[in-house]
Design a protein around this ligand. Structure first.
Ligand code: FMN
Length: 487
């Protein structure tokens, strides 16, 4: 059964001895961050942390809830991250039915997605407390994560696990994306949707219509819902439908008190408000996923009109910084879950690896079944044109016999197999907002390396050498006598 809410997941973690309670008082300004950073860098990602007493707030904070492969799998109620991919593959790889019996047996699968459509409820735990007259973000244990976060005019507090809900003003289609929230004061924050993201698309439409944009920021829900806010889904796919698919139960939504936006009914905290498309303000700097501060820049401003929450709310936060941190495990889940969808466009792809050190937009290793000259280059260009893969600053393509999960072996193959003039493509295009190395914000160079075996048509004038392998009969002979050699 799906987790009822965040607390049900925390109970599960506690039952499995995967959650540590910190009973001593901790300062939300930098102290929670330092403790979390130490724990999430301990072997295997440490434990989730429940800070019971936060200085200056009556609400507890949890961090590092997704910060290991085990916790990420528990969050999605699967035994390994490939399980979701297998469910998706199963849905996608259905041969057309031939007989009536086959057709009938397919029906449940065809309805698989529709049974996870969101359900709207009238009353919700997230509206147990409604603060409409004087909403005050200062009451919540919002963290300052790194010393230079924020502006001198504020405390540098950021909501780091926000699910930002918006609606397309033309189609009414909802979107949910995780975009950090820089708190300026009691009722005003930044709205850090990068210009390439779906929230920004909705914003563009409101700006063109000259209308205020209603926005709701939900914090804390069951873990599939939180994860879904980070998933790189196409604009047309509702993240809450995807969350329903992940948790195998529809997400219950409730209408906000002051707008038509719907938020998960089991949220811990909901901040309702609006963005005025004519207004912008400096947002950041913020210690980011890359391990560097992302630069301060102008972003839209979010005005809070109402705050609702559970009476005994728990405030979840994530600390991002030098990898490995919690977001790396969420990224690894995305790598596994989205592989079958990537294969729809690129059936030649066998596997991919987004190494944690590359913080997801900086590097991707890809193995392909190469069938023709230039095949790897076709995949390189194709991937740069696909959704959030456009941010990949380095794509490395190898043959299918390379296990890209083995980074050492892959590096050895790449370093041996590349002619840097023939096999490297430097292209220009949009870059992730967080890239600080390019000469211009959000625009610059990306590199593709074709490290597959080369044919004559690709300019290779010599025979490709054989890789070293010992013959099987010798291996067997040595195996049989192994003890004789004194090992
Ligand atoms: C912890 C965390 C924080 C994030 N912060 C931001 C952010 O501030 N701005 C942003 O545009 N994307 C951010 N992202 C990435 C987006 O959540 C991700 O690209 C998502 O797919 C966007 O949703 P969308 O496609 O509906 O726009 C963050 C991801 C994580 C895991």
């Amino acid at each position: 059964m799906a987790y009822k809410d965040l607390r049900a997941f925390l109970r599960r973690l506690e039952d499995k001895n995967l959650l540590h309670r910190v009973k001593a008082e901790v300062d939300p300004i930098l102290e929670v961050s330092e403790i979390t950073d130490r724990i999430c860098k301990s072997p295997g990602g440490g434990k989730a942390l429940f800070f019971e007493k936060i200085r200056g707030s009556m609400y507890p904070v949890v961090t590092n809830i997704f910060g290991s492969f085990e916790r990420m799998s528990l969050a999605l109620e699967i035994s390994g991250l490939d399980d979701v991919a297998h469910r998706i593959e199963d849905l996608l790889n259905q041969a057309p039915p031939k007989t009536l019996v086959e057709k009938l047996s397919m029906l449940p699968k065809l309805f698989e997605f529709s049974k996870y459509l969101t359900r709207t409820v009238k009353s919700a735990p997230c509206q147990e407390v409604i603060e409409r007259n004087a909403p005050d973000l200062g009451k919540f244990p919002i963290l300052k994560c790194w010393p230079s976060d924020g502006q001198p005019s504020d405390e540098g507090r950021f909501i780091t696990f926000p699910m930002v809900f918006t609606k397309d003003p033309e189609t009414g289609r909802p979107n949910c994306g995780m975009y950090r929230i820089h708190v300026y004061d009691k009722k005003t924050t930044g709205m850090h949707w990068h210009i390439h993201k779906d929230g920004a698309r909705h914003f563009d439409k409101y700006r063109a219509l000259g209308r205020r944009m209603p926005v709701a920021v939900a914090v804390g829900s069951d873990p599939a819902v939180i994860y879904a806010a980070t998933a790189p889904l196409p604009e047309a796919v509702d993240e809450m439908l995807f969350a329903g698919f992940l948790r195998r139960e529809p997400v219950e939504m409730v209408k906000c008190v002051t707008s038509d936006i719907e938020v998960p009914a089991n949220s811990e905290l909901v901040i309702e408000g609006y963005v005025d498309p004519t207004e912008s303000r400096i947002e950041g700097p913020f210690g980011d996923h890359t391990g560097f501060y992302s630069a301060a820049d102008y972003y839209p401003v979010f005005h809070v009109t109402c705050i609702t929450h559970k009476r005994d709310m728990v405030y979840p936060a994530t600390i991002v910084g030098k990898p490995p941190m919690e977001d790396c495990y969420m990224g690894k889940a995305t790598e596994r879950i989205f592989l079958p969808l990537m294969k729809l466009d690129f059936p030649e792809i066998k596997d991919i690896n987004l190494p944690m050190e590359g913080v997801f937009h900086n590097a991707c290793l890809i193995s392909i079944r190469k069938s023709y000259p230039g095949h790897a280059k076709k995949v390189l260009h194709g991937l740069w044109g696909k959704g959030q893969m456009m941010f990949s600053k380095l794509l490395i393509i190898v043959d299918e016999d390379v296990d890209v999960q083995n980074i050492s072996y892959t590096a050895w193959r790449v370093l041996n197999n590349v002619d840097w003039k023939r096999d490297v493509i430097i292209a220009e295009g949009p870059l992730d907002d967080l890239d600080h190395a390019a000469s211009f914000p959000r625009y610059g160079a990306k590199m593709g390396i074709d490290a597959t075996r080369k044919s004559r048509e690709e300019g290779m004038t010599r025979e490709w050498p054989q890789e070293l392998f010992m013959s099987d009969d010798i291996k067997k002979r040595v195996d049989a006598r192994w003890k004789e050699f004194g090992f």
